[in-house]
Design a protein around this ligand. Structure first.
Ligand code: CA
Length: 234
């Protein structure tokens, strides 16, 4: 990890001095992605669209409409109408709700406790807009998350891959970009964090090749949270 930090410092002409760790949610805190991917795949199949579960992982973080219209024109030579988008997203959500058995990512609570014990602030930065988010977080990760340190779908105008959500987290914490570290699992999430000039660690908890995260500028990629904990130096 030290080598990646040196590289970040040289490239950005800065000195990483972390005071906070900014956590993405889906795929970092919870293993929700396999269910999202399967639900997207089955829905797109119903519409005859050429879309794989790998595509779902690649496009994680995009809005439903953006995901649909990235694939819809290949078959129909036009974008989906607002009604079609709504219907497709509804089918996807129904499948997801039927199959999802969401659990915390292995070892993530240990890592959160380690980060907290080191005196670092913990932020949540997610495109998710569940109403019961804080409740779910507190149930699974007691005494970690605070409503003043959360950026969700309700806070942002653009969302990932725009740097906005991570810039908002920096602002909330009164932090410079060299005073935070981001933990992300998705290419578009990495792109968002890197565009905010934050040291970005990819934890590749899904099916993507590491290159998908490295090519977006991740400073480091680990195959699991266990490896992240073992390498953590802060
Ligand atoms: Ca994610």
């Amino acid at each position: 990890m030290q080598r990646a930090v040196n590289c970040y410092n040289n490239t950005n002409k800065t000195n990483l001095n972390p005071k906070a760790v900014l956590f993405d949610m889906d795929g970092v805190l919870f293993n929700s992605m396999p269910y999202h991917a399967k639900a997207w795949y089955e829905t797109m199949q119903q519409y005859g669209l050429d879309f794989t579960e790998y595509d779902a992982y690649l496009n994680e973080g995009r809005t439903g409409e953006s995901t649909i219209n990235a694939f819809f024109p290949q078959k129909y030579n036009r974008n989906a109408t607002a009604e079609e988008v709504e219907k497709i997203y509804q089918i996807k959500s129904e499948i997801f709700n039927r199959i999802a058995n969401i659990q915390p990512i292995p070892h993530i609570y240990d890592f959160l406790l380690k980060v907290k014990a080191a005196g670092l602030m913990i932020f949540l930065v997610t495109g998710s807009g569940q109403k019961s988010l804080l409740e779910t977080l507190n149930k699974n990760f007691p005494n970690i998350f605070h409503p003043d340190r959360m950026i969700t779908a309700y806070d942002v105008k653009y969302g990932k891959p725009h740097p906005e959500p991570y810039l908002m987290a920096l602002k909330k914490g009164n932090l410079s970009s060299n005073e935070a570290i981001v933990i992300e699992n998705a290419p578009l999430g990495v792109r968002s964090a890197v565009a905010a000039n934050i040291f970005t660690i990819g934890v590749n908890t899904g099916i993507l090749r590491d290159e998908e995260l490295l090519n977006e500028g991740a400073n480091l990629v680990y195959p699991s949270v266990k490896e992240l904990i073992d390498s953590w130096i802060f």
